[in-house]
Ligand binder design. Structure first.
Ligand SMILES: Cc1ncc(COP(=O)(O)O)c(C=O)c1O
Length: 364
């Protein structure tokens, strides 16, 4: 029977659960918001818990209007989903025709390519600059053959953290003949948006998330902002109840408690600057970041990222290894900005590599 499983699914890599971590593990590998949700969010979840015997409201209920007010658009321009991961797949279900391809400036967020492959689509990759990870708009446009239907631009980009100049996005909107999806998952950390361009470019779809700045990664809430016509089509393709009622209640309370999240975000930005300085002082290269993480290279120390990452894991500190992935050299890794104590644990773990002869020896 396995032979009858769709070819595009059989071609995918096997998934395995992450190795279990101790209760005291410092988790900087998933780009999470390190603070707990605001007390008002916790109260809202508790209040909604008594009605989970009911289905949630369709189309995201009142949250649609609340997100529209937050983003400065009409409610009909919003489509809410089970995290922006879900939206990436929804956009492709809606906009990628059978046999079509997505165009990706790489390295970038892996879910774009993964979702395209799940749906039987093809992936056309165009490398970013190896110096600063800038998108090469001319090279992208040169690869935009008639069969590339959807271009994904993560802005800021994951894992590299850099922002695209607005003029480069406009250039692509002007000349790419297909859908342009600008993923603003980290919008609150940089304040840069192209939502205002939606009225000029109907092929533009903006994605946002409540995972990274409102601390709701575990509940899964993302939203697309598009023309009313496109958002309506995304909802045609969506499941009837894509977002559960605890997530809707939590998202609504989080948006109503912006002061809490603004305070924590400011702290994260201060800690990001301090961590970048401390990493540089250790001789590492921390790239400029507009998100809640730092992308780091240990090439100047000749220290491979797989060695560094497993050494840190032994110290109970988890960062993400990007060495040798998507065309990168074997020295790149990413660390989320954690709580101040967690950032100190990362620095202590790194210092211990440099002071331990066995840490260096193990890489050969
Ligand atoms: C660029 C980008 N888009 C989307 C996502 C997924 O976010 P969500 O938690 O809303 O599914 C991530 C998560 O890391 C991301 O980095």
């Amino acid at each position: 029977m396995v032979a009858r499983i769709n070819d595009c699914i059989r071609a995918l890599a096997v998934k395995s659960a992450s190795p279990s971590r101790g209760a005291n593990a410092v988790r900087l590998d998933k780009g999470e918001f390190p603070y707990p949700p605001s007390p008002k969010v916790i109260d809202a979840i508790a209040a909604a818990a008594g009605s989970v015997n009911r289905y949630p409201p369709m189309l995201g209920g009142d949250l649609r209007a609340q997100l529209a007010a937050y983003a400065g658009v009409a409610p009909e321009q919003i489509a809410i989903a089970n995290g922006s991961d879900d939206l990436i797949e929804l956009v492709l279900k809606t906009c990628l025709p059978p046999g079509g391809a997505v165009l990706l400036p790489t390295p970038t967020f892996f879910v774009y390519g993964f979702s395209a492959r799940v749906l039987g689509g093809r992936v056309v990759e165009v490398p970013r600059s190896s110096i600063d990870f800038a998108v090469d708009t001319k090279a992208l446009l040169a690869r935009s053959i008639p069969q590339t239907h959807v271009l994904f631009l993560a802005n800021p980009n994951n894992p590299t953290g850099n922002l695209m100049p607005r003029a480069a996005i406009v250039e692509l909107l002007e000349h790419f003949d297909g859908w342009v999806v600008v993923d603003e998952c980290y919008f609150e950390y940089c304040g840069e948006t192209v939502v205002d361009l939606l009225s000029h470019y109907p092929q533009l779809i903006v994605l946002r998330s409540l995972s990274k700045s409102f601390g709701l990664a575990g509940l899964r809430v993302g939203y697309a902002i598009a023309s009313a016509e496109v958002a309506g089509h995304l909802y045609r393709a969506a499941q009837i109840f894509p977002v559960n009622c605890l997530a809707l209640a939590a998202a609504s309370a989080a948006l109503a408690d912006c002061a809490y999240f603004e305070k924590t975000r400011k702290q994260i930005l201060r800690d990001r600057a301090a961590l970048a300085r401390d990493l540089s002082a250790l001789g590492l290269t921390a790239f400029p970041s507009a998100a809640n993480y730092l992308f780091v290279s240990s090439e100047s120390l000749g220290l491979r990222s797989d060695v560094l990452v497993s050494w840190l894991q032994q110290q109970q500190v988890w960062v993400a290894d990007f060495g040798s992935k998507q065309g990168l050299a074997p020295y790149f890794w990413r660390a989320a900005i954690g709580l101040p104590d967690e950032n100190r644990a990362l620095l202590a773990g790194l210092s211990s590599i440099f002071t331990s002869a066995s840490g260096f020896r193990s890489q050969t």
